[in-house]
Design a protein around this ligand. Sequence first.
Ligand code: BTN
Length: 327
Amino acid sequence: MGQERQLLTLLSDGRFHSGEVLAAQLGGVSRAAIWKGIRLLETFGLEIHAVRGRGYRLAEPLELLAVERIQAALTAAARPWVAGIEIHERLDSTNSYLLNRAKDDLPGGWVCLAEYQSAGRGRRGRSWVSPFGANLYLSLLWRFSLEATLLSGLSLAVGVALMRTLTALGTSELGLKWPNDVLWRRRKLAGVLLEFGGESSGLCHIVAGIGLNVAMPRYAEPAIDQPWIDLRSIIGSERLSRNHLAARLISELVTAFVQFEQAGFAAFREEWSCYDLAQDQPVTLQLPTTTCSGIARGVDEAGALLLETEAGIRPFLGGEISLRLES
Ligand code: BTN
């Protein structure tokens, strides 16, 4: 375990620890080294109180992510499909990291989580606010033996996997805004960034990145540029373990990918429609260079949004399109 991880583990209870005791627990390092470690943790955005005579403590206790705890809580059906789980204290973006590693021979079913992302990415070039130890930032690599053209409904299937995870916690009033934003009373709880990479064989791999707001700290709020919500506000913090949530999410994701490989989007379409927040509602689609307004009429068998305008019903598909609910 790296020194910063050890320091974090010691501080994670939210109580005071003296510099002297911390130094001893880290194997006899100097108190200056502890001070440097504390400064480093602060660069992750963590709020640490330093009080003369008492030592250091985190402003809020933390449940750090732990590979063994996540692995132990995977469902039996998912376990064979999870090739490996790695957790980083800090990454620019878990998606960028996995996309890069996918060029090596990293197997499909590989999962990467980060406690903090310095450059978390959202859809359409937006950023994803990723404060330390508060939420889930997770990416899954999957290698498909299907051609990329058959994968169009996958991004909606990932939305269904998220909804399966969240409704199992007993949350209500959640829905999906095409293609896969999870909203609670019109405020964003989770987002999905799906990125494709080609292979010389003509097959492809994808990295599915999920950002799920669990307990957004106050200091991060001003950076968020859209209406948002976190799980803590919906269901209360007592029932939330990030490790358990990560395990449930990974389990649902791999199960959904296996299901998608076998049966395509057809296996998800009805379920997706049950969560569709835009069904029969006025919406505006923001396309790369223009907008288009009409009434949303569900999705077709490829996961394309069906938009009714005076010209009739037309399908819209693609990662660069976003939907705005108008009513
Ligand atoms: C969106 O709704 O705009 C998509 C947000 C996706 C955020 C996640 S966090 C984990 C993964 N790594 C990233 O850089 N982005 C995704």
